[in-house]
Design a protein around this ligand. Sequence first.
Ligand SMILES: *[C@@H]1O[C@H](CO)[C@@H](O)[C@H](O)[C@H]1NC(C)=O
Ligand SMILES: *[C@@H]1O[C@H](CO)[C@@H](O)[C@H](O)[C@H]1NC(C)=O
Ligand SMILES: *[C@@H]1O[C@H](CO)[C@@H](O)[C@H](O)[C@H]1NC(C)=O
Length: 401
Amino acid sequence: MCPVDNMWFTHSSLGLLWILQQQLGSGSITSIKCQPVTEQVLPKDYERYDAPLEDGQPSIVQTEMAFLTLKSVDPETMTYETDIFLSHIWREPRLCDVSFSSINRTLEPKFFEELWRPDTYFYNAHSGTVQEILTKNQYSKLWSNKTIFFNARISLKLTCDMVLRNYPHDTQTCAIILKSLSYTDKELKLVWKRMDVSSQIVLPQHDVIKTETKEEQDSYGFGNFTRLTGIIHLKRRTGYFVIHTYIPSFLVVIMSMISFWLPPESAPARVALSVTSLLTLVTQQAKSSIPSISYVMAIDVWMLGCIAFVFATLVEYAFVSFTLQRKRKNTKGYTTKVNPGQSPSGRNQLAFETTKQPELKEIPNIDDRIVVANRIDRVSSFLFPSAFLIYIFGYLAHYLW
Ligand SMILES: *[C@@H]1O[C@H](CO)[C@@H](O)[C@H](O)[C@H]1NC(C)=O
Ligand SMILES: *[C@@H]1O[C@H](CO)[C@@H](O)[C@H](O)[C@H]1NC(C)=O
Ligand SMILES: *[C@@H]1O[C@H](CO)[C@@H](O)[C@H](O)[C@H]1NC(C)=O
């Protein structure tokens, strides 16, 4: 029941004032206005736990979200942080028909607590707070058409499932999901009014490429619930990785290939070059990867490819060195002669025979061996860089186009 008596009292006192004003002819009284008392607005039998149904239709709660900041998109914890303004707009037809014509009142927090409110929550929130500096960043307004507008500034840490197979060329879709806790779609329907991501947001590693909104329904045994999903598409900027990973590792691989132009005899130089390159790449790989991800990412493919190339140059040198070693053995006049009837794995037997039967060289002489070693180096010096280029194009083709 609406407090009609009170209203009558208010109106009649207004009338009295008006009469007084007429009689006294004073202008000062016009400035006294009777503010609509918020208590008058609530009927006595108001149930603040019942959603305001209109003709049995669910209450429509329009929702607006404005993203003020976006930050800390973290693939390790799979979360991101944001500050949003969340507004809900809904009609409350159960309010009394007080003269609403001129009101656009900001409701007292205490009065707002007396009203029915949509009990929305963020489904994928990790943590969140309503900002409280300098006052609690939350207000509500009552509009003249019995519409209530609620607005709050909320800081949220939200989960975002990231698939990082293409890292660092990945595009992430991070969602914000809003649902009602207890009202099914027969009582409350959440609808999108607007979602807005400020164009001034600058993320250190990402660009916001687009946003979209979705209205969906979740079915549970005891009812269906509407769900609002706002999706932000984030594209990672690769500048950081080009400068800190791709270019250095590319140069290290090229550096290791310089070894093909060094003489085969200078073992310390060539081994040192390959081993330093290998160590550099292995440390860099550990640094560039995301430790908590256990599947293979694009960056891992790249780094492992580079490591494989450097390792191959080391193996190539081992091979070159081996041909030279055989050469040295031959200079001492020894040769291997394996008895065809015996297993070649009989090492002792072999050693015995080689020491026992010094023979004249059958295998080409020193100069020929050096020529062979040089030829291997020349071929490698074309083969390796070409293979590396093909690898780079393959990598780019797979992950960028
Ligand atoms: C109340 O506020 C709304 C929204 O700000 C505005 O459109 C409307 O004109 C205002 N009404 C009055 C009576 O001031
Ligand atoms: C109520 O009034 C506000 C502001 O004047 C307006 O934005 C809103 O759409 C109105 N709602 C309805 C249900 O008429
Ligand atoms: C939920 O929605 C589905 C279809 O969208 C419908 O078949 C089902 O009856 C609904 N459940 C309830 C409890 O309303």
